[in-house]
Design a protein around this ligand. Structure first.
Ligand code: HEM
Length: 506
């Protein structure tokens, strides 16, 4: 069924990752008082970039947490229409348990967003074509925040966008192709596992999702929107739709232990005489990811990297590699998007349809010291397969270091992000495995420290895998439509605790 999206009402981050805007900075803020929150939103509104109209050298987006929406005057019974995960927040103990945020990833140790840190009300994402433009826009924003007395909880800098994430692997290759919103990237033809079109409602609220339904979102009685700022509920209830054209945004600061990752891979692949075997080290790391450093998928080229396949996304698993002999069953990309491997009918369209309900639209950017050593220096000079030497972990303050500001956009936190994180990434028994969490980004909380590489005649099990990724901060946000931002802007600043009649659908 053809779906027409209101691109002038949708924030542009849903439509594009801004590969042309290579510089980005994310400002997490807290507002002390409602008047300041409104003043900031009035200033931001004309600067927000819609999906339908993007040109120029910068883009800006704004998203709010549940406390941030409350600060703008949205009544509790309207906020009740958002999902329970969003309302409870990422650091709710139930969420932490589900997300595997324990040990060093415990929110009490976070650099920002944790229970001991200032509350988080909102997030402003700035993208720019050059460092100069970014600095200019950021300075304008900082002075506006300062004038309004709004505190910057943290300003998350990112690395200039390149192809590789800090472990050294090509990232940002596989993204869902969204009905009416995105064009297929890479090589996968429509209809194949990589080129499959996912219903818009999996990412944009107020449109049919993979189950042909409208995902829950806050609806208001039409009388609460006399100026008709909001679109009306497409289901025909007559309610004003605060959620339509918006989505949830997950932000997690994931610190990567790059040295630890390559050290482990090096030690686990030493030759019998104790010397390092760089080719075997890279091959083991590639098995963990499911792609070679160039991005070439292991299911297409199991034995060696082939940069010509660096953007290849035209593959499934069930027909070509059901046992994981090429791409291990527990490899990062095979967990994060099992494509056609899911029950009850692997290898069929029905399997892909189940998978459609668990896709993530990723918008993350890397941070930390620039990591790519000149290729000519080689692994020996760089110490870790092309990565420059960096300070030992003990010298790195919590929250600094190197990693990924992981961002994903979804219509359902629980069915998409939380499911993928809990049931696929951190599940020690994923796909018939026994004690393996995601080798790259999994939590090892007493279990999951094994990485199994299927092979004939016997599989190889790598044990004692350290945890390579730790959570250092994070929050759940709502990325409103532009009409919802207008609605929020005109709410009376003194109505913060005033009750308002609201209707919600479940
Ligand atoms: C620091 C932590 C992480 C690193 C270094 C990392 C790295 C990578 C790399 C190198 C790829 C392959 C490139 C591509 O297909 O675009 C990838 C794919 C992917 N990652 Fe991660 N990742 C991390 C955390 C996560 C987390 C926490 C999630 C979700 C909960 C996630 C979800 C995905 C998804 C959905 C894909 C695409 C898989 C596909 O469609 O084939 N990643 N990641």
């Amino acid at each position: 069924m053809a779906v027409k999206l209101d691109l002038d009402d949708i924030q542009g981050l849903l439509a594009r990752g801004y590969r042309g805007l290579r510089y980005a900075r994310f400002t997490v803020f807290t507002t002390q008082n409602p008047a300041a929150a409104h003043a900031l939103l009035s200033w931001l509104l004309p600067r927000v970039t819609p999906a339908g109209r993007f040109s120029g050298d910068s883009a800006l987006h704004v998203a709010y947490t549940a406390p941030g929406l409350r600060r703008l005057g949205l009544a509790d019974n309207v906020i009740a229409g958002f999902s329970a995960q969003f309302r409870g927040g990422m650091t709710d103990p139930d969420r932490s348990r589900l997300l595997g945020d324990n040990g060093e990833s415990d929110p009490r140790c976070w650099a920002w967003g944790g229970p001991q840190e200032p509350p988080v009300d909102g997030l402003i994402l700035l993208y720019a074509a050059s460092p100069e433009v970014l600095d200019t826009r950021q300075a304008e924003l900082a002075s506006r925040l300062g004038a309004a007395g709004i505190r910057q909880v943290t300003v998350l800098d990112t690395l200039e966008l390149g192809n590789n994430e800090p472990f050294g692997f090509h990232d940002g290759i596989s993204e869902p192709v969204i009905q009416g919103l995105s064009k297929a990237k890479g090589t996968a033809p429509a209809g194949t596992p990589g080129g499959r079109v996912v219903p818009a409602g999996e990412f944009v609220l107020g449109y049919p999702n993979a189950y042909g339904q409208l995902t829950d979102r806050p609806l208001l009685p039409a009388s609460d929107d006399p100026r008709r700022l909001l679109p009306r509920d497409p289901a025909g209830s007559g309610a004003a739709d605060l959620g339509r054209n918006g989505c949830y945004l997950v932000l997690r600061q994931l610190e990567q232990d790059v040295d630890g990752f390559w050290r482990y891979a090096g030690q686990a692949t030493r030759r019998p005489d104790g010397s390092e075997d760089p080719a075997a080290r890279t091959a083991l790391a590639a098995k963990m990811v499911g792609r070679w450093p160039s991005g070439a998928p292991l299911v297409e080229t199991p034995d060696r990297d082939d940069p010509r396949l660096g953007d290849d996304n035209d593959f499934g698993y069930y027909r070509t590699d059901p046992l994981g002999l090429a791409c291990p069953l527990g490899a990062h990309i095979r967990r994060m998007n099992p494509r056609d491997s899911l029950d009850p009918q692997p290898g069929t369209d029905a399997s892909l349809a189940v998978n459609d309900g668990h896709r993530l639209l990723r918008r993350g950017r890397s941070y930390g010291p620039s990591t790519t050593a000149p290729a000519a220096a080689g692994p020996a000079a760089a110490g870790n397969d092309g990565h420059a030497e960096r300070p030992a972990r003990a010298e790195v303050a919590p929250g600094s270091g190197t990693g990924l500001h992981f961002i994903c956009l979804v219509a359902s936190l629980i069915r998409q992000f939380e499911f993928v994180q809990h049931t696929w990434l951190n599940n020690p028994t994923f796909h018939g495995l026994y004690d393996d969490t995601d080798p790259l980004a999994g939590s090892r909380d007493g279990r999951g420290a094994t990485f199994t590489v299927p092979a004939q005649p016997v599989r190889r099990r790598y044990r004692g895998l350290p945890q390579f990724v730790r959570t250092r901060g994070g929050a759940y946000f709502f990325l409103p439509s532009i009409s919802a931002l207008r609605y929020l802007e005109q709410l009376p600043a003194d109505a913060v605790s005033a009750p308002a009649a609201a209707a919600t659908t479940r």
